[in-house]
Design a protein around this ligand. Sequence first.
Ligand code: FAD
Ligand code: NAD
Length: 466
Amino acid sequence: MSTYDVAIIGSGPGGYVAAIRCAQLGMKTALIEKYNTLGGTCLNVGCIPSKALLDSSHHYEDALKHFEAHGIEIPGEIKLNFKKMIERKQSVVDQTTKGIEFLMNKNKVDVFTGTGSFKDATHIEIDGEKKETIEAKNTIIATGSKPASLPFIKIDKERIITSTEALELTEIPKHLIVIGGGVIGLELGQVYRRLGAEVSVVEYMDRIIPTMDSAQSKELTKVMKKQGVKFYVSHKVSAVSRKKNEVTVTATDKKDKEVSFTGDYCLVSVGRRPFTDGLKAENAGVKINERGMVEVNEHLQTNVKNIYAIGDVVRGAMLAHKAEEEGVFVAEIIAGQKPHIDYNLIPGVVYTWPEVASVGKTEEQLAEAGVAYKVGQFPMRALGRSRASGDTDGFVKILAHKETDEVLGVHMVGARVADLISEAVAAMEFRASAEDIARMSHAHPTYAEAVKEAALAATEDRALHV
Ligand code: FAD
Ligand code: NAD
């Protein structure tokens, strides 16, 4: 039987990054994945394929609607080859997952294909093409998450679907009904809207992306409405049924009136749940709470001292980069180091166009906590760069402490803000004031100038270009 310093169950961004860091730190490392491809949800059916479709559909929409304004005329009809678009997405996924295989080889991580389950706290059985057992001094549970649903919905994976099927459709829906105006609903809703579907988003809360700053919800709602997406907020879905190719979603609105939506596909995107099926955590004595999460302490250690858990299967944001940080963190803890993660500074991004990006506290959170704050906001339309590209929607909003000027939260909507948010993260990691950002030179013309201008606005209402 082989013995490892660390065995990692699950090869998503949490698991594979933990494996690389463990190997870098000189530990003999095993990575166990039940599927034939590495990379987990993110690389196979999450971040990467959804971004490939967002990028492809964005090009299509530009060709259809925006090229003309730039003086580009395409003679004849612009045709969509949806099959090819889906095939391209798959080739991006394939290249990316192959890249993880390369990284495992390079770092001399032993990869086992099969379902990993605990025999006891130091032995893991792997049920793959053959059955084998390995010994592990330490184990990291990185088994991720699966789509959540509502108790009355039967996901049939054909017409009533989750994000996994939505990335694999063979036709463009005529009318896609999206339950849940969160990240998945908006990203994939926008993909199919661009490709010609009617898209209706039914959201339980009174606004879309309800955990982000309300100014972002408002702006994204406005822009996506212009793009033709229909929003039904404050709607509680009560039933979903299917008759042949027709799907009906029934909901009650805020006046308690029953409304129904009929379409040909329904995307259920109401969140994800931690996944531990088949892990037999009980054999090792690992505690799983009533919400299905593996319980961990501040060192991401479970109640069993040599077993850790990271990523979507533990508390906190279900984000790939959060899982990655935790993978590195646990590897370093096992190696006896003293790493640190500031969970307040894990950015959140929605990859619609315009993009939406946030870090730190929202205005609602600061108000609720009774923190004295000031706001500096700058519209993208006032930037030369935005006018040059034609991407004038959105803003950058900086929230800073009223007395100390420390940046407490940065919230953006606009072109490339998924990339711009890194400046805010760096600034906040170093506990910068709004004035610190305002005094930094930002290249002209860039979208990043909106960050400087918002910081100037927060400092002394000193924005230069509004
Ligand atoms: P996962 O990636 O879920 O990986 C867990 C792995 O464990 C899986 O491969 C699974 O097969 C394996 N496994 C489970 N049980 C066992 C077992 N017993 N034995 C062996 N293997 C097992 N996040 C972002 O930050 N940015 C994005 O743009 C983004 N886009 C997304 C788009 C979609 C459509 C979806 C669904 C998610 C998206 N996410 C995004 C979220 C992101 O995918 C997750 O937060 C991330 O994958 C979590 O990583 P993880 O390592 O914890 O788990
Ligand atoms: P989410 O939590 O982002 O959104 C779910 C939405 O569904 C919420 O707005 C919620 O209010 C709504 N909802 C819940 N119950 C409802 C009901 N009964 N009727 C109507 N609406 C209801 O979840 P998601 O969009 O499914 O995404 C799952 C996870 O995947 C998220 O945690 C997210 O972080 C991650 N993800 C991230 C990205 C990204 O980083 N760009 C992209 C996709 C997914």
